[in-house]
Design a protein around this ligand. Structure first.
Ligand code: SF4
Ligand code: SF4
Length: 493
């Protein structure tokens, strides 16, 4: 094939020269207009609940333990009364897989509801915008204030807004660190200046600045340019996914008109309600849907990746439709198929079924793993300092370190047994040569143990030894571990 790409000289401006566009566009500040309505109420409830959970969970204690605490130092995770250890990593990985598939499933059915109703970036931005409105007023007042020269009024309003933002950012950061450093220790340590961890101070400063910048300044740019989920979730969409969309067939041609010229629309089947004089669609081109949009897009241009699915444009448009005596739903939740064909299609398609199946299987697997999770974790390691030692009686000794972790939230009384080991054992940590010991809730016990054998009884250079942890009375085996006893078969004396 000899296809040629035509070259055009654009060095000198001619009438035919193509227009050169800058690829970089500087950000235009978005002044979000406050709106109330059905979806805004839902958002406020869900986001407020999530904020309440975030700020309160670290203060709630169960059996003396923080409800949610990722104790990095102790290498334990306390989640809703259960303690997870590094050995439970598979469970945590499974919980993440379940969350991911849960998100995929919901997204394939209802689009970006996560972004619009529960994402932390959305929650904090909503809170910051609410504060902005309290200090600087409505959208128009804020535009006017930003254009006005710096005076006492502007200075006071801006100082109030930024101070409140910084305070909330600080509270957010302290709470966040409180999920890794017990908050009831962190707070007094902070106020008395006796905090021992420099990392805690660093993370508090870092998250204060990050929250202030993300929710106060960057806002929609985080969703548009920084969030990876915003990019890859479009692959979970299909023609049956419920999205926030504009009904072109009903709204176009758009145009301004007086309320009197508008004809009342059919309320149920959402047929276009053409105005009598100009043959216009239902869109009165009021721009309300654009002004309330936190990402500043025009939903009438079609599905865009910037749309976080917050549905505020639905509330805005429905309020206009009500004023015009038109049926609501010019902008609404519907699938692409529904917008094209004018009737809903089945929502639960093959992809959603696939996600639901994997989600259900993961949940079953997770439940099974939880039930099978050993509540006593046990390991034995031989002393690597030497193969064996002879004691003053001429007996052969091997040294071991036993690690026993109690994952339960209650103390346990257990016993150590060595099955058919043909010798004796002792531990300096156990009193009165007893095999029984107590282990506290969530405790990791380290037990040094010495195994002793008469040289005459040693039949092999290495003898298998099974250490078992049992309940003292019923002798039920809770955990066991294999190791070896090393010793010479024939001592040279
Ligand atoms: S277009 Fe804007 S207001 Fe409408 S759902 Fe998307 S992000 Fe929200
Ligand atoms: S709010 Fe509704 S009527 Fe107003 S411009 Fe947007 S789509 Fe048109």
């Amino acid at each position: 094939m000899n296809a040629k790409i035509p070259l055009v000289d654009i060095s000198e401006s001619t009438a035919d020269a193509p227009e050169i566009k800058e690829l970089y566009e500087s950000r235009k500040k978005i002044y979000v207009r406050e709106i109330s309505g059905y979806f805004q109420r839902i958002r406020r409830v869900t986001l407020s609940l999530l904020l309440l959970m975030y700020f309160s969970f670290c203060w709630i204690t169960v059996d003396g333990r923080q409800l949610v605490l990722f104790d990095i130092q102790e290498r334990k995770f306390h989640l809703f009364g259960a303690t997870f250890w590094p050995q439970d990593f598979a469970l945590l990985a499974m919980a993440l897989i379940i969350s991911a598939f849960g998100l995929f499933f919901v997204t394939s059915l209802f689009g970006r509801v996560w972004c619009g109703y529960s994402c932390p970036q959305t929650a904090w931005s909503l809170m910051f915008i609410w504060l902005e409105e309290r200090f600087e007023g409505s959208r128009l007042q804020r535009i006017k204030l930003d254009k006005a020269p710096l005076g006492m009024n502007k200075l006071l309003r801006k100082t109030g807004k930024h101070s409140s933002w910084l305070l909330i950012s600080l509270a957010t950061a302290v709470t966040f660190v409180g999920y890794f450093y017990p908050i009831r220790e962190l707070m007094p340590d902070l106020f008395t200046g006796s905090i021992s961890s420099g990392w805690a101070i660093f993370w508090i400063c870092f998250f204060t600045l990050a929250t202030y910048a993300n929710a106060g300044w960057l806002r929609e740019q985080v969703c548009i340019y920084m969030c990876p989920y915003a990019r890859f979730q479009s692959v979970m969409f299909n023609k049956n996914t419920q999205i926030v969309g504009y009904d072109q067939s009903r709204g176009e041609p758009r145009g301004n008109r007086s309320r009197i010229s508008a004809k009342k629309a059919e309320p149920v089947n959402l047929q276009p309600a053409r105005s009598q004089d100009k043959q216009l669609g239902d869109c009165v081109d009021c721009q309300m849907c654009v002004q309330v949009c936190p990402t500043g897009i025009d939903i009438r241009d079609g599905l865009q990746y910037e749309c976080i699915g917050c549905a505020l444009c639905i509330d805005a448009c429905d309020s206009i439709m009500e004023k015009m005596d038109y049926a609501p739903g010019l902008i609404r939740y519907a699938s692409e198929t529904e917008f094209e064909k004018g009737r809903p299609e089945k929502k639960f398609d093959a992809r959603a079924k696939g996600y639901a199946l994997v989600l259900a299987l993961s949940l079953v697997c997770f439940s099974w793993m939880m039930m099978q999770r050993p509540m006593i974790e046990f390991s034995v390691s031989r002393d690597r300092g030497g193969l064996y030692q002879l004691n003053s009686m001429g007996f052969v000794e091997n040294y071991y370190t036993l690690k026993i972790a109690n994952k339960q939230e209650s103390e346990r009384y257990l016993a150590l047994n060595l099955g058919d080991f043909n010798g004796t054992w002792s531990s300096a940590a156990l009193k009165d040569r007893s095999s029984q010991f107590r282990i506290g809730p969530g405790e990791l016990l380290t037990l040094p143990v010495t195994l002793t054998m008469n040289p005459d009884d040693i039949k092999s250079n290495h003898t298998d030894v099974e250490f078992t942890i049992t309940t003292p009375k019923q002798q039920t085996v809770e955990a066991s571990a294999l190791s070896r006893f090393l010793g010479p078969v024939n001592l040279p004396y």
